[in-house]
Design a protein around this ligand. Sequence first.
Ligand code: GLA
Length: 404
Amino acid sequence: MKLSIMKNNINLFEIAEAPSKKQLVNHVRAEFKKQFDNQPKHVTITPGRVNIIGEHTDYNDGLAMPTAIDRWICAAACKSSNDSLTIYSLDYNESVTISFHTPNKFKGIWKQLAAEALHVITTEFTIKEGTNMVVGGNIPIGCGLSSSSAFVISITQTFCRLFSIQMEDRQLARLCQKIENRTLGTAAGFLDQYGIILSKKNHFMVIDFQANTIGYIPVSLKNGCSWIVINSQVPRELSKSAYLQRVNECKEGLEILKGKFNISTFRDIDNSMLEGLKNESNVLYKRLCHVVNENQRVCDMKDQLQQGTVQKVGKILKESHKSLKSLYEVSCEEIDYIIKLSMDFDGWYGGRIIGGGFGGCSIHLVVDEGVENFNDYITTNYTKRFGIIPEIINVTFPGGLQYV
Ligand code: GLA
């Protein structure tokens, strides 16, 4: 399906519009029938996520505020008589058969994730029958909206349902994080899995990764604003190595501070302690400065969303972007340009890069009446500058996993 962006009756761009959740489910069901000449026994729909505030804090025992969005990975499955998982990906138009017994090496991340999921599940649980599965999604892939976490959760949860494996939500999150980190060679925290699995409709989560507690606050802004996600379409190429580098830098900074102060975790660090680090390593200082202040921004955001003003909410978003750009150094030219453009738009309150960074998406708070003009304004100027058409999504917050 195509979406036209019109101005003065002139068709400026035609971009492919993502299928709705209903269309996606129908498509996956129809493909299942085509591939396996059968009806699926279970259909699981797993959302992507955004993070309102609290970036690069999850693996530092910090705070974050994610929630699920109305973009999905849909998995349909039934048991088969083979000792293997046969899985067809609608997004890649490819299928693969993964044996339960022989470890395989596959080309293509989605196949590796599926193989690792199968390996972990068959190691931890007794599964005696095979599985046929079709998976398809409308989450932009590799853009900071957790498409790969949603993919892994989708497959894993579908297995659990098919083979009546009882698992608590946090156990499912742990298993899926392990599958993803092992396959991708990263050291990500729980932001994505918690944000997807434990999300509640029309609520933002407030997660404390140190205490392992989750609170929920309603998504309500008095002044009629929308949350807009802009996919810069910039691939997150540096993300793996630079992400690991950030994880290690933070650990190193904490170790140095432990030697100087009577502290044991990231949460014991305050800004006065950081001053001492500046002379030793400006890079470590910058990284931890981001982490300490980003945690504070989560607390401030919680207050402002409940009793504050949209202007103050927007200000926190802008400060977070500035910090991710200059202190944590995980932004990119294209997203910085989107933020710069937005600053001149009347009715834009604030925005920032989200997810791991180095490309992907940013989130913005825009007054309802301004959304259409904002989308046109960003699309026109961004396309003119970089020759790339951004994807703009007016996100809603549907809560976690769904089953049909
Ligand atoms: C990626 C990781 C998350 C989190 C974010 C940054 O999305 O998967 O665990 O670290 O980056 O906040």
